[in-house]
Design a protein around this ligand. Structure first.
Ligand SMILES: Cc1cc2nc3c(=O)[nH]c(=O)nc-3n(C[C@H](O)[C@H](O)[C@H](O)COP(=O)(O)OP(=O)(O)OC[C@H]3O[C@@H](n4cnc5c(N)ncnc54)[C@H](O)[C@@H]3O)c2cc1C
Length: 481
């Protein structure tokens, strides 16, 4: 094709969901060299404190369709539309009901685990890419440097310390929130100060700590009355405590494989008792006291308890986005284009389940721009122009829509629930004036984040105006009588 550079090469930093999907994508786009470096030792080397459950919605599915993996999702995830959950209270009683804050009309999405998602993507890379694509596990991306002519080199090192260098045309930073590519770019003399700074919002869910506990695939309550045997069901297990320093809830989301353990995230504030626990006996005592509905010592083997105690608790980041998503550095005749993707570009607490989906959507948008432009720089620039406002609005949406859901500030959750009910009623009565509650909007995978923000602000304004109008009317009536 006229104008297209011969021998196009891309270097991908990080082999998380975004990086592995990017390797498949650029192989399919016909690039001549695709190299991915991932610091984990092997595809099966899994970080236990990242045993997350993901709900892959249509944003993510569009990319899977593009890279030819959509038909594998049903084997790696549980299809879901409405959200039905069984709650097992401390007295051992169970109640199954639809969760009303989930839009029953949303398109089908798939519950999967990070492990299953990464496994599916790696299998895809192995089976579907050509010899032009290389995935290097056990290799850390170290830095960006320049050769004698100013050409950009990405250096990586393996576990023995052996160093390799690459000089690609395009670098994709898919290396997560603490992206080495982003921080190394910031140190380049031809990148303006602060160009890749992260702009942080302020969410009440940021700073919450989390750890993961693996429960058996199938188990029953201590009284034997309820069997938790349905791998397609979500189970909610609240603790007996009301005191915020001790209260917690176990959420077990659907898993496709009935023999696969249920990983539950424990998410609480920094001063919660859980984070002070230092040994397994203390953990057993705390869990037994908290969850009388479960036979804790049977469900949590010693090894699992030890892992839980020794693992460092993670912390939710503030919603944030990078000041820029693209730059071009190096000699004018052979520059290297850099593009930020996924958590390297925008990161936030998992309130709306948009982390993986937005990372995959970044790649879908990127692919469109590479299909539309022969010039690598033009494609990267136009990608960043389209996607940056979305990264900004995505961080805003996560900050504002539902950070109260962890019930760590119960009165705030009550106010949120009241606002949700009021907006739902108003939307039923006058849909052209009042939009759906914002949390419903966030479940629409066809709506841009900018549109969600616009609609929330518009409806908030109208709800406030209505409230003021009603108060003024009542005051007028009181004065008149
Ligand atoms: C507790 C929690 C729960 C979450 N739940 C959800 C959810 O329900 N739904 C959802 O959509 N999202 C969720 N997320 C967010 C989601 O995990 C991220 O948005 C998603 O993983 C981003 O993918 P990524 O590929 O951009 O980055 P990452 O998944 O962070 O992957 C980055 C990869 O780069 C590698 N890497 C990093 N630095 C280097 C280096 N120097 N050299 C080589 N390799 C490197 C890492 O090892 C990793 O494999 C959750 C996050 C948290 C913390």
């Amino acid at each position: 094709m006229f104008g297209m550079k011969k021998n196009r090469s891309v270097f991908i930093s990080g082999g998380g969901p975004a990086g592995l999907a990017a390797a498949l994508l650029f192989d399919q786009l016909g690039w001549d060299e695709v190299v991915l470096a991932e610091r984990r030792a092997s595809p099966s080397d899994f970080e236990k404190n990242k045993s997350f459950n993901y709900l892959v919605d249509k944003r993510g599915q569009r990319l899977f369709d593009r890279i030819g993996l959509l038909d594998r999702l049903p084997d790696n995830g549980v299809a879901t539309q409405e959200f039905v959950a069984t709650t097992i209270t401390p007295d051992g009683k169970a109640k199954t009901e639809k969760v009303p804050i989930i839009d029953p009309n949303r398109p089908v999405a798939y519950w999967t685990t990070r492990r299953a998602l990464l496994g599916m993507l790696f299998e895809g890379v192995e089976q579907k890419t050509s010899a032009r694509t290389k995935v290097l596990y056990g290799h850390s991306v170290d830095t960006i440097q320049r050769d004698g002519c100013g050409k950009v080199e990405i250096t990586i090192s393996d576990q023995s310390g052996a160093v390799k260098a690459f000089s690609p045309d395009l670098v994709l930073a898919c290396d997560g929130l603490n992206s080495v590519i982003r921080s190394s770019l910031s140190a380049q003399p031809d990148v303006p100060d602060g160009y890749f700074d992260m702009i942080e919002g302020d969410s009440i869910s940021a700073g919450l700590r989390y750890k993961v506990l693996n429960l058996p695939a199938r188990f029953e309550t201590a009284n034997g009355e309820v069997k938790l045997h349905d791998n397609g069901m979500s189970y909610i297990i609240p603790s007996i405590h009301k005191d915020q320093g001790k209260a917690c809830t176990l959420f077990a989301f659907p898993v496709v494989d009935p023999s696969h353990p249920r990983s539950v995230n424990l998410i609480r504030e920094t001063d919660h008792t859980l984070w002070q626990i230092r040994d397994t006996e203390e953990l057993y005592e705390f869990l037994e006291e908290s969850f009388p509905q479960l036979n804790i010592r049977e469900l949590v083997p010693e090894e699992e308890a030890k892992d839980f105690v020794t693992l460092e608790a993670g912390a939710f980041p503030q919603p944030q986005y990078a000041k820029n998503l693209h730059t071009s550095i190096g000699p004018e005749h052979s520059p290297t284009e850099f593009v930020l993707i996924g958590d390297a570009a925008h990161a936030f607490p998992p309130d709306l389940g948009l982390g993986v989906n937005s990372a995959l959507e970044d790649l879908d948008v990127l692919a469109r721009h590479f299909e539309a432009h022969d010039d690598i720089g033009d494609a990267a620039r136009s990608y960043a122009k389209e996607r940056w406002p979305e990264a900004r609005d995505l961080a805003w949406v996560v900050e504002k829509f539902f950070p109260e859901q962890y019930n760590h500030r119960p009165w705030k959750l009550k106010i949120w629930a009241l606002g949700f009910i009021v907006r739902k009623l108003l939307n039923n009565v006058a849909p052209s004036l009042f939009d759906k509650p914002a949390f419903f909007l966030s479940q629409d995978p066809d709506m841009s984040f900018g549109e969600m923000k616009k609609r929330k602000l518009r409806t908030d304004f109208r709800v406030r105006a209505l409230g003021i109008g009603i108060v003024a009317m009542l005051a007028g009536l009181v004065v008149a009588t």
